[in-house]
Design a protein around this ligand. Structure first.
Ligand SMILES: O=P(O)(O)O[C@@H]1C[C@H](O)[C@@H](CO)O1
Ligand SMILES: Nc1nc2[nH]cnc2c(=O)[nH]1
Length: 253
């Protein structure tokens, strides 16, 4: 499977013929969050396997389906399932759905996922509105941006200040139901699929992360990412020793 611009152009051309109205907003559903598609009206669903060049979803809780309809008055696409490097996809394949959405005319992207907490204040069921990230795989050169640059998707050297749109972040924090205790923080993307050892959790906390998960990716401005803390994984995290947590910096601005 080809992962570059030609694949995305062909996928976008095929999809344009399927829908009366192209989406302007896209929501990517992480593990267990696919039910968001039920909010759409006038919905039409297409399996990823029917879309040219789309990778296949292999993870439980990721239906592998694109649903396009209206959310309120906005033409919206819900992607039920995202792709992870640990499934064996190349970085260039993982971004095919996002780049395809951009070519269809999507200007606002909301990414959601499930992650593990690295902080005692962040408990299962809480919501982290991501304000910045540490992309460990990308820092090591496993980035979808490696290789010839396709200027349709951004410049060769994309600035990463405000990678997540500040206005969308403020909106998410203001609108989140109180019981989710929504806060903004830093997400660290790792390769997976093994969860982190206690030493790795201590390391990731010390470099400034609040939550950890297998990375996903947006496209510059106009994107926002919401992480829901998953119960079983964070309960597997090591107990944070009192002396360690007192060394932690104050995290919530
Ligand atoms: O797609 P997301 O990031 O929501 O899924 C998370 C990460 C792994 O794929 C899975 C493991 O718990 O949950
Ligand atoms: N790497 C990682 N991914 C997750 N996805 C959900 N919880 C976790 C976690 O604790 N670690």
């Amino acid at each position: 499977m080809e992962g570059g611009g030609i694949a995305c152009s062909e996928a976008a051309r095929w999809l344009r013929a399927q829908f009366r109205e192209p989406p302007r907003v896209a929501l990517v559903c992480g593990s267990g969050l696919g039910a968001l598609a039920e909010e759409l009206t006038e919905a039409k669903a297409i399996d990823y396997r029917d879309i040219p060049h789309f990778p296949r979803s292999t993870v439980q809780g990721h239906a592998g389906r694109l649903v396009v309809g209206r959310l309120g008055s906005a033409p919206c696409a819900v992607l039920q399932g995202r792709f992870h490097l640990y499934e064996g996809h190349a970085p260039s394949q993982v971004v095919i759905p996002i780049r395809t959405m951009a070519l269809l005319g999507v200007h606002t992207l909301v990414l959601t996922n499930a992650a593990g907490s690295l902080r005692p204040e962040l408990s299962p069921g809480h919501l982290l509105v991501i304000r910045d990230h540490i992309d460990l795989a990308g820092l090591a050169g496993r980035s979808p941006l490696v290789g010839p640059n396709d200027d349709r998707f951004g410049p060769r050297f994309p600035p990463m200040v405000d990678a997540y749109d500040p206005a969308l972040r403020r909106l998410a924090l203001a609108l989140a139901p109180k019981e989710l205790r929504a806060r903004s923080g830093v997400y660290v993307g790792v390769g997976g699929p093994s969860y982190e050892t206690p030493a790795e959790c201590r390391y990731l906390r010390r470099v400034g992360a609040h939550a950890v998960g297998e990375r996903g990716r947006g496209l510059g401005r106009g994107s926002s990412k919401l992480t829901q803390i998953q119960p079983q994984t964070s309960s597997e995290l090591p107990q944070i020793q009192p002396q360690t947590s007192s060394e932690l910096p104050q995290i919530w601005p």
